[in-house]
Design a protein around this ligand. Structure first.
Ligand SMILES: O=c1ccn([C@@H]2O[C@H](COP(=O)(O)OP(=O)(O)O[C@H]3O[C@H](CO)[C@@H](O)[C@H](O)[C@H]3O)[C@@H](O)[C@H]2O)c(=O)[nH]1
Length: 417
């Protein structure tokens, strides 16, 4: 049976609200296929509307087809010009308090994803920090004002998203031109003995090593580091772990390499895992992922790391931290099927001062063993191998990204239509 879900948004005035609610009741009575949500705005100190909504809420069965959502009000009237105060107020409510997604199991339809997105994988600000989310949404909206957008992806990787954007009349022209990769490992911000690391990998058998690296900004506090170490030790898995020191809490700095990582590792960890694993600082990531000894990548799912892993045909285990990484993790695990989940919805503020959650060693160990299991013969590894080939073909002459690059150049020369 076809159904329709309607959302009614009356002005924040009793007269508007009452007629809207009555209209909703009438439609619901007329047809069982309809459900209606009424978003209720309330001006500060409007006690009349307040008492009406209280009575209405008490009389409405929360399981019925009529849903009432009280938008979070403001305690004080904003400074408003008298003639336009109502519209100013409505505008101020346009981006609702998205923190209503906090701890919510709701799933949302997002045009670039083929399956519904759990609200938990939305970027941190949208779930935890409503005022900042306004700023973010505001700048993203400005993308619509551009005449074209180059995207570091390739059509074969994100065909659904590219199709959705290309058929949306409000979106500028999309040029999927990637993968554009960090081809030069000399970009390292720190002194790295690449040779030592690659020599170590040369002595490991094919696809036997799990590589752990969390991007240029990823680091963990001591308690979480110990859980990772325990997981690695208990798994017996060969590993190469890029472990970096969190920046001081009061400074906007990137993580740095430890002078001696033993200060945060469990006692005796380095000796006990000697020959099995190696703890390093900044990793020559592209060289590592390209090495045949590497069979899996535990990653924060930054987009560059994602593309590099695809390019090298290495399956991933997802452990997103911040920014859009949860969405990338969702895409890798659920949409593309080229990653195992340690977590998809792990999330924390940009700096790790107060991690809301510690991922325990058992959970990490399970993710790693699923990632490294089956000796390279499972479906996930096959899928990533196919995408590896497609990523390389995309950049070859007549490949999809090569063609998009040429089209971009033509459009720029001719002034993008
Ligand atoms: O030890 C390391 C750590 C990182 N890298 C390289 O650094 C880059 C990291 O990029 P990415 O995986 O995208 O992670 P972030 O540095 O965290 O990138 C930021 O920018 C990305 C692109 O917008 C977003 O997807 C992320 O969420 C955001 O955190 C990659 O090229 C890695 O190869 C190394 O070579 N060695």
């Amino acid at each position: 049976m076809k159904k329709a879900e309607l959302v009614f948004i009356p002005s924040p005035m009793l007269s508007h609200l009452i007629s809207t609610v009555e209209m909703a009741k009438l439609l619901l009575q007329k047809d069982a296929r309809i459900s209606i949500t009424v978003l209720i705005m309330k001006l500060p100190n409007d006690t009349v509307l307040e008492s009406y909504t209280q009575k209405l809420s008490a009389a409405t069965d929360p399981c019925s087809r009529l849903k009432l959502i009280n938008l979070p009000g403001q305690d004080e009237m904003m400074p408003m010009k008298s003639e336009t105060f109502l519209f100013d107020f409505i505008d101020s409510q346009v981006i609702p308090d998205l923190t209503q997604y906090k701890n919510s199991d709701i799933e949302l339809l997002v045009p670039c994803f083929s399956s519904p997105i759990p609200a938990k994988v939305l970027p941190y600000v949208f779930v935890e920090d409503a005022p900042k989310s306004k700023t973010f949404l505001g700048s993203f909206k400005k993308f619509r004002e551009t005449r074209g957008i180059m995207v570091n992806t390739f059509s074969e990787l994100e065909s659904y998203a590219i199709q959705a954007l290309s058929t949306d009349a409000n979106t500028p022209k999309i040029y999927p031109v990637g993968p554009i990769l960090n081809s030069n490992d000399n970009n390292s911000p720190e002194n790295v003995s690449e040779e030592l690391i690659l020599d170590w990998l040369d002595n490991q058998s094919e696809s036997s090593v799990v590589f752990l690296c969390f991007g240029s900004m990823g680091s963990f506090d001591e308690c979480q580091v110990k859980e990772i170490a325990t997981a690695l030790e208990n798994s017996g898995q060969r590993f190469l772990w890029s472990l970096r020191r969190p920046p001081p809490k009061d400074k906007m700095e990137l993580p740095k390499t430890y002078d001696d990582p033993q200060e945060v590792l469990p006692d005796g960890f380095i000796e006990r895992t000697k020959g099995v694993g190696k703890v390093i600082g900044w990793a020559p990531q592209m060289a590592v992922l390209s090495h045949p000894a590497v069979g899996g990548f535990v990653s924060h799912c930054g987009w560059n790391s994602t593309l590099e892993s695809v390019w090298c045909g290495v399956p991933m285990a997802t452990w997103p931290l911040f920014a859009e990484q949860q969405l990338n993790a969702f895409q890798l695990v659920k949409e593309l099927g080229i990653a195992e989940a340690i977590r998809i919805d792990y999330r924390r503020a940009f700096k790790a001062e107060n991690p809301m959650d510690i991922v325990r060693s058992e959970e990490i160990e399970l993710g790693i063993s699923r990632l490294m299991g089956n000796n390279g013969k499972n479906e996930m590894k096959q899928k990533v191998a196919e995408l590896k080939n497609k990523s390389r073909m995309a950049l070859q002459e007549v490949g999809s990204s090569y063609t998009a690059q040429s089209l971009f150049i033509e459009d720029v020369i001719n002034g993008i239509a």
